[in-house]
Design a protein around this ligand. Structure first.
Ligand SMILES: NC(=O)c1ccc[n+]([C@@H]2O[C@H](COP(=O)([O-])OP(=O)(O)OC[C@H]3O[C@@H](n4cnc5c(N)ncnc54)[C@H](OP(=O)(O)O)[C@@H]3O)[C@@H](O)[C@H]2O)c1
Length: 324
């Protein structure tokens, strides 16, 4: 089968389209998926580059030299099921995440899959898992969002932000989205009550206060983010791409968590996961018309390096997906 293989850390070009063996059989609790679409997000770039270096202390390894197939988001058709799989049968159209989605076939745990939302094509479905689950868990679990709250989404035009705006509206919040000029129309079309262009105004200048701030992009210092919060507001640090080479944004998140017990505001970090329950919930919200994925552009499998470069170049309202 064709797959995008990673043999050493480096720029996107280290990812090569190769012929590799098709996974033999799905293991216990896994399905063998014929992948029809995947997606890219900043996490794919981090793992490709091995940056921040902290990544090299994880199972990705010190040198990234083991040949491995990259890609997490996946949408496709179940080809076979392993022992103990109860939720899916061959022929089912599903979506979720796995290790190695940039390939024609992948083994996927049934707990990280749900039925593909009806009405979406595979590329649209593949745009959801990583970003949609992060947005949902940031708002509901870390942020404990409630109706009528004022929510600030920093990075509203990106993969996570696009879902966060729609989900915050679905929770009944008043939503202000922060993005660059390229994404303003999209963020408004997703239902944001207000849109701030970060190239023209500072959403953390203290003139406006929010009950909940989702910090998805921009790496603003903690003291500025706290200035945008009400005295008992909550800050959820989701991401940000300009942290240092060693720990990335981790230092800022750790400082927030250490400070939180001593101040009136709640300051928390997010480590999201893609679960069957949340993927099902997102599918239901899509089918009810409450949430929609926004696909900015779709690349063929061979062009994964171009897709990653495009994402890193910025000004990508919505998601970049991969079709196979
Ligand atoms: N904690 C978790 O579990 C988790 C899960 C998923 C993702 N993440 C992280 O979350 C971050 C965002 O991911 P993503 O997929 O949404 O990335 P993305 O698709 O690249 O979106 C980032 C968005 O932020 C905007 N932006 C850039 N600089 C900004 C600034 N200074 N102020 C406000 N907005 C700004 C960009 O708009 P312009 O291009 O127009 O500037 C872009 O639309 C990444 O760091 C990712 O690693 C964390």
């Amino acid at each position: 089968m064709k797959a995008i293989v990673h043999t050493s850390y480096g720029p996107p070009d280290v990812l090569r389209l190769k012929e590799v063996a098709k996974p033999a059989k799905p293991g216990s609790g896994e399905v063998l998926l014929r992948v029809h679409a995947s997606a890219v997000d900043p996490g794919v770039w981090h793992v490709t580059a091995g940056l921040p270096y902290l990544i090299r202390a994880t199972p990705y390894g010190l040198r990234g030299s083991k040949p491995r197939v990259r890609g997490m988001d996946a949408a496709g058709v179940v080809e076979a099921v392993g022992p103990g799989v109860t939720r899916f049968r061959p022929g089912d159209e599903v979506y979720g995440t796995c290790d190695g989605a940039f390939a024609e076939y992948a083994c996927v745990k049934q707990d990280q899959l749900a039925s593909k939302p009806s009405g979406l094509d595979f590329a649209e479905a593949a745009a959801i898992p990583v970003s949609g689950c992060a947005a949902l868990q940031a708002l509901r679990d870390a942020g404990r969002v409630r109706a009528e709250q004022r929510v600030l989404v920093i990075g509203a035009s990106g993969g996570v932000g696009g879902f966060a705006v729609q989900l915050a509206k679905a929770f009944g919040a008043h939503v202000t989205g922060v993005c660059g000029s390229a994404g303003a129309d999209m963020v408004r079309s997703l239902g944001a009550d207000e849109v701030l262009d970060y190239t023209r105004e500072d959403p953390t200048d203290g003139t406006r206060r929010y009950d909940l701030v989702l910090d998805i992009a921009g790496n603003r210092p903690l003291h500025r983010l706290r200035r945008a919060l009400t005295p008992r507001g909550t800050l959820v640090i989701v991401g940000g791409e300009s942290g240092g080479r060693w720990a990335g944004g981790m230092g800022r998140t750790l400082r927030a968590m250490m400070l939180s017990p001593f101040v009136g505001q709640r300051l928390v970090g997010l480590i999201s996961s893609q679960t069957h329950g949340d993927l099902r919930l997102l599918a239901e919200l899509v089918e009810a018309g409450t949430v929609k994925p926004v696909v900015h552009r779709t690349y063929p499998l061979a062009d994964v390096p171009d897709a990653i470069r495009h994402l890193r170049g910025g000004q990508v309202p919505g998601k970049i997906t991969i079709h196979l």
